[in-house]
Design a protein around this ligand. Structure first.
Ligand SMILES: [Cu+2]
Length: 118
């Protein structure tokens, strides 16, 4: 029987790129990541646990997002079109994490950044 409780709203989005999420309540995203052709930046604060990353592509070419979590690399299931957004929900412990664009050559061009989980 499918659970319909409000507490389940957040589940099931891991590893999927959401083209345009519906207007979310305040605080729905913990960290916002902005991708451009030669840079990437993160803003916002997250506490350890389930962390939602809202990713914006402000570049002129498609980009995507990969993030190193322990000895694993997690990434969006699809690219984000220019001007588009994606969302990735991860279970993260406190610490610093490196993220980048996994498209060929993009990380080398500077599309890389770090985010912190408290
Ligand atoms: Cu890219």
């Amino acid at each position: 029987m499918p659970a319909a409780g409000a507490g389940d709203y957040d589940h099931g989005y891991a590893d999927t790129a959401t083209p345009s999420a519906p207007t979310a309540p305040t605080g729905a995203h913990d960290i916002e990541i902005t991708l451009q052709e030669r840079s990437a930046s993160a803003s916002g604060m997250a506490h350890a646990g389930q962390v939602k990353l809202a990713i914006k592509n402000q570049g002129r070419f498609p980009h995507s997002l990969a993030i190193s979590v322990g000895d694993q690399t997690r990434q969006l299931g699809s690219n984000i079109a220019p001007g588009g957004t994606g969302e990735l929900t991860l279970e993260l412990a406190a610490g610093e994490y490196t993220f980048w664009c996994p498209l060929p050559g993009h990380r080398q061009q500077g599309i890389e950044g770090r985010l912190r989980v408290m």
